[in-house]
Design a protein around this ligand. Structure first.
Ligand code: AHR
Length: 499
């Protein structure tokens, strides 16, 4: 098999925000996840110091909060100030303690060095409530909410740049879902009020790769928004927790670009491809398991029973090299579409299906964590052209799947940095890798995330079944003979100059 990467053919700058994360008020993502006041592992503000350290190591660029479905009935004003009143969260049918609100979220982002991204309530919320939230966060001193922020201990504005109007308001299951006809005008009125408070913010709007939905949205508010927010989970586990195996995950990994391409085409057709970018701001191979919420015929009255189902998301054994390989293919797709995809947020950051499992005594860094670390440490800032010739395939159920998935980048020094994913469940790939567009005469190394087999996972008892290894390579005649291990995620780093 042969592959080529041409350092002289740039596609576009790779936005670092494609390595973003998402956190929601769902089960133990926040309470018992990142935020655990009283834990011996918590800092003076109640944040788990081991979680903060692990997230800093990922160089997380942006975090989206507070949801997700939770956002569509969240009234932010109850979550600020000295008195926090618990309330019944109608999205997830639990009691929200309200002790983690805007101030705590901003503090969390500052501690890990990430930009905050707030998803505002377009379900039961109003344009005024959203714009008051912008005032609370960004207005230096005018108005009731800027003054309250100062009174609560934050005289300086939080400067939140990213704001989403709504979450999945196109789905019937969402609280306050909207019709195609109503969504565009609603977004426009909310955008007008939010921009009147702070004209420098960037606005996202809940979208889906559907022509009618986006025609309505963009004709009404295309001149005021900067991003289309799209979501996808390829393993729909919310009602039945029947998760796909490695083979199913590989089939899914060949479809990660579909929504991007559809959204690109819609933006292009309407002439917005230069102004509006794609934010894939919720993605994960695995849908979260929470039966009896979206499907009203299956509502579960007993709260404890609801929570028992949600505990199944915490099982480390579910998250194997299938998740790692899939996630690398998704990030590769974002890199190949660097001209249109400016943000992506893994859903979620901790617990549930996240890259980190937080338990009372420590953490499990799941295989997906090691993929994010690999890309954060080794991938470059400019996507460049590349292609695979004579690509091998393997049978994945009734589909033939390409064994190799690739995305090529260069960094500011011209170093070639290429993500090479071997999807094959049990065969190594012999790859003849050929750089073009420059002479690469420096050191070459291959960084590999892998485990003993395709179903390897990390757990409390076995935290290092899946790890990252590195080996030096010996270029010959300007090319490299690589052997990519089965079910592995690799980044090739090849310096231009000799050391
Ligand atoms: O399963 C979690 C939910 O998935 C998020 O809250 C929502 O945004 C998406 O539908």
């Amino acid at each position: 098999m042969r592959a080529f990467a041409d350092a002289s053919r740039p596609i576009d700058a790779v936005s670092p925000m494609i390595y973003g994360q998402f956190i929601e008020h769902f089960y133990r993502q926040i309470y018992g996840g990142i935020y655990e006041p009283g834990s011996p592992l918590a800092d003076e503000d109640g944040f788990r110091t081991d979680v903060l350290k692990a997230l800093r190591a990922l160089k997380v660029p942006v975090v989206r909060w507070p949801g997700g479905c939770f956002a569509s009935a969240y009234h932010w004003k109850k979550g600020v100030g000295p008195v926090r009143t618990p309330y019944f969260d109608k999205a997830w049918r639990v009691e929200e303690p309200n002790t983690f609100g805007t101030d705590e979220f901003i503090r969390f982002c500052r501690k890990i060095g990430a930009e905050p991204y707030i998803c505002a309530n377009a379900g039961t919320g109003t344009a005024e409530e959203m714009s008051d939230w912008v005032e609370y966060c960004n207005e230096p001193h005018l108005g009731e909410w800027a003054k309250k922020r100062a009174a609560y201990g934050n005289p300086e504005p939080f400067r939140v740049k990213y704001w989403s109007i709504g979450n999945e308001n196109y789905t019937s299951g969402e609280i306050g879902s909207k019709t195609v006809a109503a969504w565009g005008p609603f977004v426009r009125e909310a955008a007008k009020m939010m921009l009147r408070v702070d004209p420098t913010i960037e606005l996202f709007a809940a979208s889906v790769p559907d022509l009618d939905w986006n025609l309505g949205l963009l004709r009404s508010a295309g001149d005021l928004i900067h991003w289309l927010s799209i979501h996808e989970y390829w393993d729909p586990a919310w009602e039945e927790n029947k998760l796909s195996d490695y083979t199913g995950a590989m089939r899914a990994s060949t479809r990660v670009e579909n929504s991007i391409k559809k959204t690109e085409a819609i933006l292009c057709a309407l002439g917005y491809e230069k102004r509006i970018r794609i934010a894939f701001d919720e993605w994960n191979l695995r849908g979260w398991h929470h039966p009896g919420v979206m499907d009203f015929s299956r509502l579960i009255p007993d709260h404890a029973a609801c929570e028992a189902h949600r505990e199944k998301n915490e099982d480390d054994a579910v998250y194997t090299m299938a998740d790692a390989v899939f996630s690398a293919c998704f990030l590769n797709a974002c890199i190949r579409h660097a001209g249109s995809v400016g943000m992506a947020n893994f859903s979620p950051i901790a617990n549930t299906r996240g890259a980190i499992h937080v338990h009372p005594d420590g953490l499990v860094l799941r295989p997906t964590y090691h993929v994010f670390k690999l890309f954060a440490d080794h991938m470059g800032s400019t996507a460049v052209d590349g292609y695979i010739s004579s690509g091998e395939t393997f049978d994945a159920g009734d589909e033939k799947v390409a064994a190799l998935d690739m995305a090529a980048t260069v960094d500011e020094r011209g170093t070639l940095r290429v993500a090479l994913v071997n999807r094959h469940p049990d065969a190594a790939l012999d790859l003849d890798f050929n750089p073009r567009g420059a002479a690469f005469e420096g050191c070459a190394t291959l960084h590999t995330v892998n485990g003993p087999d395709k179903d390897s996972f990390n757990s409390i008892d076995c935290p290092d079944a899946v790890t990252t290894r590195c080996k030096a390579l010996t270029p010959e005649g300007g090319s490299l003979a690589l052997v990519l291990e089965p079910h592995s995620v690799n980044v090739l780093v090849w310096e231009k100059e000799k050391a």
